[in-house]
Design a protein around this ligand. Structure first.
Ligand SMILES: Nc1ncnc2c1ncn2[C@@H]1O[C@H](COP(=O)(O)OP(=O)(O)OP(=O)(O)O)[C@@H](O)[C@H]1O
Length: 265
């Protein structure tokens, strides 16, 4: 973090509708939320309920129809313009003409961080892309592109890290390793993080708090604190407490399942 201060994310009466007047789709119903600075919050909910929209609103890539969002005293747009936030979305969005190293290094330069080849190489190693440094996105699998995007997002040392299904295209074993090795990177620097995921286990594993959303329009259906030790060791993951929270989240999802929704895991 640049400021050393962990800023809360505050949503006040935030709504989002898409489409022309009279034919509007309401994606986010009026929402009030405070996400504590330095915490990791997971957003889960049925497919199409509005999770990504909520994340994009927090990122400043979408503007609320009504209400306001602040990160500390700043708007998302202000934070984004001074490169205080980073996003890693499902569809990676890497620059196709840049190598893996070039894309990750870009994450640093866009955030006005000094060049640091060792830091870039270490991030590439951590996301398991050593040996692919000189490859371009088209030469990588979908999962590898996602991992490069995560490395790029982390490279700028963001205060706010927004992750939309970052491990969606990653195989189970790699996902497991990333779920272990990446959280210390943002925790160590006290970044605030918001994660959208379809995996209940991943949500409980990574976050301090889980917001379960209703089918569209998204509203808060359940707000569940993950009362586990911050370091999610193998023992924590195998504990009854971990399973109990997973069951609580799954139950909240089932209660609010849309007909086209995902099965609770
Ligand atoms: N730019 C847009 N224009 C019009 N409609 C949109 C736009 N973005 C999202 N929507 C609609 O808003 C609703 C919520 O979409 P969103 O992508 O936020 O859901 P989600 O919960 O992230 O879905 P999934 O879990 O399937 O990724 C959907 O009905 C979607 O079609």
């Amino acid at each position: 973090m640049t400021s050393g201060v962990q800023q809360d994310i505050t949503l006040q009466g935030v709504t989002k509708s898409f489409g022309a007047p009279g034919r509007q789709i309401e994606a986010v119903a009026p929402t009030d939320l405070v996400l504590q600075g330095g915490s990791m919050t997971a957003l889960v909910g049925p497919s199409g309920c509005g999770k990504s929209t909520l994340l994009r609103l927090i990122s400043g890539l979408e503007v609320p129809t009504r209400g306001q969002i602040r990160i500390g005293t700043e708007t998302p747009d202000q934070l984004r313009r001074r490169a205080g936030l980073a996003v890693a979305f499902q569809d990676a969005a890497l620059l196709p003409w840049r190598t893996v190293t070039g894309n990750v290094a870009l994450g640093r330069s866009l955030a006005h961080r000094p060049r640091d080849r060792a830091a870039v190489a270490e991030l590439i190693r951590l996301v398991g892309l050593s040996g692919f440094e000189r490859h371009r996105p088209a030469e990588l699998s979908g999962g590898m592109r996602q991992r490069a995007a995560i490395a790029r997002a982390l490279a700028g040392l963001p205060e706010l890290l927004l992750l939309d299904e970052p491990f969606g295209a990653v195989d189970e074993l790699t996902r497991d390793r990333l779920n272990t090795e990446l959280p210390p990177l943002w925790e160590a620097r006290g970044a605030t993080a918001v994660l959208v995921t379809h995996s209940v286990t991943e949500a409980v594993r990574l976050s301090d708090r889980i917001i379960v959303l209703t089918p569209r329009p998204a509203r808060v259906a359940a707000d569940i604190a993950v009362t586990l030790a911050r370091t999610r060791t193998a023992e924590v993951l195998a504990s009854d407490a971990f399973r109990a929270i997973c069951a609580q989240v799954s139950q909240a999802l089932r209660l609010h399942q849309a007909s086209e929704g995902i099965p609770a895991q």
